[in-house]
Design a binder for this molecule. Structure first.
Ligand code: SDX
Length: 437
């Protein structure tokens, strides 16, 4: 756990601006940085605080996930990610994120049965897929189909009804793998495969993706376990860009399906969840170990616009603890599949070694993040690179839903409406077109 709270933490922060001094309350959490409550700043000083990118801004209080970026630590409801990845399973982590505690046996069985029974999609929704080009990026399909869920599941869109919030949460967690597998099947021109109630979450997803009607399909338990662990690693991550998008969308009262569709759209960006696809494409472009120095040089040249995808993080200024587990899982999957000397893994490991010894990356505290090794693993399992961010979205849905639920139930929360520093034209009168210069 990060250092104990300083016992002398002042309960107030003072700010002097425009000849006026105001006191603002300082609030402490369980662990981590204190916050200065600036809610009265504009009212008492006429100033906004300015923080593009929210590098120093907490937009909520939360009990779900804690990240200590300097220590390279990630906790879900207090449990370290490496312990959950090694000892738990994705569905149990879903219960933990949603409810705050690990389930006992009856709770786990009820939750598992509920999720299993929500995996099917309304049959009419299959028609959405045929509206897309076969070569549409599957994330485009995910945005469309998930947003359309609200057109089919009206009985779980009333955000003020706790029962409907629970049903919507379970439907989203359960149906995302089905929707994602259907997006993959559509892209390869194969028939959709229905979920099976006799399989667990990750095994079911693998069979929906890789089974075909004309032959029996047996799930490889090693691959299923590895995928389950990958889902755990991607489940939630505090107030990242897509989670903040879901919270902001939810603050307007939008239905949960629309909010998750907004989160999917945000996750797609290469600076965020799209980095796993971009990282694999980068490793493929580098191709061989001898070309690494050329790319390290480009990454250090600001004018190149090139960054090492899968490296760096807004919060982690140490090794992303998920990347460590991801690297271990990558080796396990390649070994299980008998893939020796995967060239991209050699490139990735050598790139990591060189970068971690290079002053530029050391000074800027740039370490591999979760996206650096995930692509090699997912490609080895058989997923095309376009599906990598889709799998991230399947896993992150529980985090989005848990954070959305917490926001709805938080008495402090109201519609999010940031202000701005206006740098446009001062007030001026309209000039008829014929009189303009
Ligand atoms: C995810 O927020 C989350 O929690 C996200 C996530 C989650 O689980 O939800 O963890 C998932 O999105 C992981 C990050 C995946 N993105 C990438 O791998 C893309 C490559 N990385 C970056 O573009 C960047 O590191 C970010 C976007 C991840 C972080 O951006 P920041 O915090 O705004 O950092 P920055 O852009 O200000 O960079 C700080 C410095 C800059 O140099 P200076 O201006 O200080 O001189 O480091 C440099 C950057 O130029 N830098 C890099 C770099 N990342 C940052 N230089 C080369 N290669 C990189 N990858």
């Amino acid at each position: 756990m990060s250092s104990d709270k300083p016992s002398t933490a002042s309960p107030m922060a003072n700010l002097s601006v425009g000849g006026k001094t105001i006191d603002m309350p300082v609030r402490s959490g369980t662990v981590g940085p204190d916050v200065i409550d600036v809610g009265r700043l504009y009212k008492e000083t006429g100033c906004f605080n300015y923080d593009p990118g929210f590098t120093s801004t907490a937009n909520c209080s939360s009990k779900i996930t804690y990240i200590d970026g300097d220590a390279g630590m990630l906790l879900h409801r207090g449990y370290p990610i490496d312990q959950l990845a090694e000892q738990s399973n994705f569905l149990e982590v879903c219960f933990l994120l949603l409810n705050g505690e690990l389930p006992n046996e009856p709770e786990y069985e009820e939750f598992q049965l509920a999720i299993t029974r929500h995996t099917m999609l309304h049959e009419q929704m299959t028609r959405f897929y045929t509206g897309f080009r076969r070569d549409a990026h599957p994330m485009a399909v995910m945005c469309g189909v998930v947003g359309a869920l609200s057109a089919f599941y009206h009985d779980s869109t009333d955000i003020n009804d706790p029962e409907q919030r629970t049903i919507a949460a379970r439907r989203l967690i359960a149906k995302m793998p089905t929707i994602a597998a259907m997006a993959y099947k559509y892209s390869v021109g194969q028939p959709f495969i229905y979920p099976r109630n006799d399989l667990d979450f990750s095994a079911n997803f693998l069979q929906m993706c890789f089974a075909v009607p004309c032959a029996p399909y047996t799930v490889d338990p090693v691959i299923a376990r590895a995928l389950d662990r990958i889902f755990i690693l991607h489940a939630d991550h505090e107030q990242n860009a897509s989670t903040s998008t879901v919270r902001l969308a939810g603050s307007s009262g939008a239905n949960p399906f629309a909010c998750i569709a907004a989160g999917i759209a945000c996750l797609w960006g290469p600076a965020h969840g799209g980095a796993n696809e971009a990282a694999l494409n980068m490793l493929s472009e580098i191709g061989t170990v001898d070309r690494i120095p050329e790319y390290i040089k480009k990454a250090k040249d600001k004018t190149s616009g090139f960054r090492l995808m899968g490296f760096g993080h807004r919060v982690y200024k140490n090794y992303d603890p998920r990347a460590k587990v991801m690297q271990k899982t990558c080796h396990e999957v390649l070994d299980a599949l008998g893939i020796r000397n995967e060239p991209l893994l050699q490139v990735a490991m050598e790139l990591e070694r060189i970068a971690l010894e290079d002053d530029y990356f050391v000074e800027k505290k740039l370490y591999p993040n979760i996206d650096f090794y995930s692509g090699i693993t997912l490609r080895a399992i058989g997923f095309p690179v376009e599906m990598f961010t889709v799998l991230f979205a399947v896993a992150r849905t529980v985090g989005w839903v848990a954070q959305w639920k917490e926001m709805i139930e938080d008495p402090e929360q109201r519609i999010g409406r940031p202000r701005q520093l206006y740098i446009g034209a001062p007030v001026r009168d309209y000039v008829p077109r014929g009189q303009r210069g």
